[in-house]
Design a protein around this ligand. Structure first.
Ligand SMILES: CC(=O)N[C@H]1[C@@H](OP(=O)(O)OP(=O)(O)OC[C@H]2O[C@@H](n3ccc(=O)[nH]c3=O)[C@H](O)[C@@H]2O)O[C@H](CO)[C@@H](O)[C@@H]1O[C@H](C)C(=O)N[C@@H](C)C(=O)N[C@H](CCC(=O)O)C(=O)O
Ligand SMILES: Nc1ncnc2c1ncn2[C@@H]1O[C@H](COP(=O)(O)OP(=O)(O)OP(=O)(O)O)[C@@H](O)[C@H]1O
Length: 522
């Protein structure tokens, strides 16, 4: 793969991004590799100088290792002798030039993008499960858990960001196309728009699931308005939009979709009980809860509007994952499958056994109640999780193991106290990626917001012991919720990923010890 200097100049000019260029007569004018990291350079690399942490010495290193052209927002003496493309916005330039370098792989994929404060990963996995039924397992995935770019084991790898840097994203898409993948389901974080990681990318389908305050703080969004604005961009860039009519800020969300999409291609869904007389739009799809047992969720999807009835997706669906919020996620995914051409039976087959690592993994024990390991890690998801347990399991005793990460999301901590006050009977406050903060102080901060007349609190910094004590004390009919880390196999302590056996493994071992069971979590 390669790109010529002329093509780069043309693309940057077309998008009004080029401020100036310096072309060297003596240096080759084709670039055969692209990188934004001086530790990853090959001969004739196009190198992007980007990011808050960029240092000019990285450019020297890149040049010494074979880079022949750099793109930056200002000229650097360290780049003397290289071609230089000086641009207004390096992140936008990187997205456009990477798409061209990797030969526009998005054109050969049916691209589905999902945003929302909660439910992105689950909805993405549901969609992959269904689409795999009709394309022979050729659905690529970009998610905060795993990325999948092919069908061989080595084509599945852990992701470090929810939405990768544009250069990595287009490379992953190219690999996916070359590996025969036909569809791509991707999570798009608000940060991806803030940082122009998906600049210029258009989706066949775009989902907006929900929004609540989150990701506000240093390095993320300065305020909620900025967070919402970034999330709305997904709809502006989608050819067809699927929107949860029950989302907060519905009017702004719907308006964003209409800026580039005809109302006939905007699909709304809501649960059967939802009524909002102020809403002029027809809700296209409704879902309703059917019976629920300890292991499976059943719900029905109905097609209401004429445009909805064109899709053959009405009927009953079953999920392996509990949670009424998963009925909402499931409905969104089923609509997406319908728009991608699927019908009810294949969709129902594809979604029924999907599980997402670390999300709503449930074990029904003999004598210690129901144990759930879940990724809930902010107020909205804790409320959704505990509220569901209280409604569905007839007001059980709720025992929660939870902590808050250090160095980030400080605004989430009062949300933990609030949700525990609302639903928990017993809370074990414990360690969760403390980073450079003292985990005891983090726990004390959460504890300070707890109403101790409602919730009995134990601070136990050893996470494995906290899980042990929670499950040991639980009796038949109780619910134990182990929140926040799901399948994470490490604790971030002082900048180092310290190995940790994962909540799933720890909980399973404890249940085995207590009850001699050897089944696995659902
Ligand atoms: C604020 C933010 O999003 N920052 C991301 C961004 O950092 P940056 O561009 O400022 O880069 P940097 O790490 O300061 O380094 C500067 C540059 O020097 C280069 N470098 C560095 C060292 C060297 O020796 N040589 C060299 O060339 C680096 O490759 C980089 O290009 O680009 C980096 C990759 O190049 C990301 O790792 C980093 O994500 C940070 C770690 C992060 O935590 N991001 C979070 C906020 C995020 O993006 N989260 C969302 C999910 C949110 C949600 O759940 O909704 C996500 O999509 O993951
Ligand atoms: N639609 C929803 N509404 C509220 N809470 C939800 C919803 N879907 C999932 N959750 C809760 O949020 C947790 C995370 O779900 P999921 O990983 O699917 O969301 P996400 O948007 O990818 O999250 P993140 O951005 O934090 O990675 C789940 O474990 C569950 O507790």
């Amino acid at each position: 793969m390669s790109i010529s200097l002329n093509t780069c100049i043309l693309i940057l000019k077309e998008h009004h991004l080029l401020k100036s260029s310096a072309v060297q007569d003596t240096v080759i004018t084709r670039m055969e590799y692209v990188s934004y990291d001086s530790r990853d350079i090959q001969t004739n690399t196009l190198f992007f100088c980007k990011g808050a942490g960029f240092r000019p010495t990285y450019l020297s290193m890149a040049k010494d290792n074979g880079a022949n052209c750099y793109v930056a927002e200002q000229p650097y003496p360290e780049g003397k002798g290289m071609h230089a493309l000086i641009v207004r916005d390096v992140a936008k330039a990187m997205a456009l030039l990477s798409a061209a370098f990797f030969r526009f792989p998005q054109d050969d994929l049916y691209v589905i993008a999902i945003t929302g404060t909660k439910g992105k990963t689950t909805t993405a996995y549901f969609l992959k499960g269904m689409l795999d039924q009709v394309n022979g397992g050729r659905t690529a995935l970009i998610s905060s858990v795993n990325n999948v770019v092919g069908q061989k084991p080595e084509d599945t790898f852990k992701s470090s960001l929810t939405t990768p840097e544009s250069l990595d994203l287009f490379r992953d898409m190219r690999n996916a196309v070359d590996n025969g993948m036909t569809h791509l389901v991707m999570e798009v974080s608000s940060q991806a728009y803030k940082r122009n990681r998906v600049f210029g990318l258009t989706y066949d389908l775009g989902f907006f699931l929900n929004i609540s305050p989150d990701h506000i703080g240093p390095n993320e969004h300065p305020n909620f308005a900025d967070y919402l604005h970034c999330k709305l961009q997904l709809l502006v860039n989608a050819r067809k939009c699927i929107i949860n009519a029950q989302t907060a800020h519905f009017n702004e969300v719907y308006a964003a979709a209409t800026t580039t999409t005809d109302p006939d291609s905007i699909y709304l869904f809501a649960d059967e009980k939802f009524e909002n007389p102020a809403l002029p739009q027809i809700i296209d799809f409704r879902y309703s809860s059917e019976e629920l047992d300890m292991a499976r969720t059943k719900f029905k999807v109905s097609c209401i509007s004429d445009q909805a009835k064109k899709l053959k997706i009405a009927g009953d669906y079953e999920l392996k994952m509990l949670g009424d919020f998963n009925e909402s996620n499931g409905t969104a995914a089923v609509i997406g499958a319908g728009l991608a051409g699927m019908e009810h039976d294949a969709a129902a087959r594809g979604i029924r056994d999907v599980s997402v690592p670390g999300r709503m993994q449930t074990e029904v024990t003999k004598d210690h109640g129901v144990v759930v390991v879940d990724y809930a890690h902010n107020e909205a998801s804790m409320m959704a999780l505990m509220g569901f347990m209280q409604r569905e399991f007839d007001n059980p005793k709720i025992i929660v193991v939870v902590g808050a990460p250090g160095d980030k999301g400080v605004s989430r901590r009062p949300g933990f106290s609030k949700s525990l006050n609302a639903y928990a009977d017993k809370a074990f406050l414990t360690t969760d990626d403390p980073g450079f903060e003292d985990p005891l102080e983090i726990c004390q901060e959460i504890d300070a917001g707890i109403d101790h007349s409602k919730v009995d609190v134990t601070i136990e910094l050893d996470r494995q012991k906290a899980i042990h004590d929670a499950i040991s004390m639980a009796k038949k009919g109780d619910v134990v919720l182990v929140c926040g880390k799901g399948e994470d196999g490490f604790q971030k302590v002082r900048g180092i990923n310290t190995p940790y056996p994962s909540d799933i493994t720890v909980a399973q071992q404890i249940i085995n010890e207590l009850e001699g069971q050897d089944e696995h979590f659902n």
